[in-house]
Write a protein that binds this ligand. Sequence first.
Ligand code: IMP
Ligand code: MG
Length: 181
Amino acid sequence: MTAPPPNPPVLIAEAEIAARVDALARQISADYAAVDDLLLVGVLRGAFIFLADLSRRLTIPCSVDFMALSRYEHGATASGAVRLIMDLRVEVAGHHVLLVEDIVDSGETLAYLRRSLEARGPASLKTCALTRKPDRLPADVVVDYVGFDIPDRWVVGYGLDYDNRFRTLPYIGVLELPRGG
Ligand code: IMP
Ligand code: MG
């Protein structure tokens, strides 16, 4: 495989992301206005930039914790099962939880996380994803807050990677790659 280009073409510009994150934060702040401590659960590593920007725009009291998962082991090649690499430090039972993801593709990662968190008895559990690829997503996979619906392409930047590269690009760009299984 040839190396990916150093500057992937722009799919979603920096200003467009900022405006959408603002709007999501306003909506989430309004929806959780009556909640006194919203637990934001960021999924590492892809969600770290989105979560940082989103959380700082929320006008409600919230706390932040992280889980780390792995699904794609090498670049865009699917490794099969979702693997839990690091769990939360905080208790979930009785807390209002908002799961924050970078991208929902097949929805398997989200389903895994939802099962794992539901089993701990949260007061409520909703999901927020910066991007979603509706083409591959089963109809029964619900994402409560979606930043952008995007085409079935490999995207990088704003936290999203290819082989752990491109995460710090300020925009979301597209790589031309053969799709994994
Ligand atoms: P799913 O389980 O198929 O929904 O995959 C979700 C995970 O796959 C995400 O959390 C990402 O880590 C990774 N992923 C899927 N599509 C992309 C992409 O286009 N760019 C970067 N990572 C992706
Ligand atoms: Mg991820």
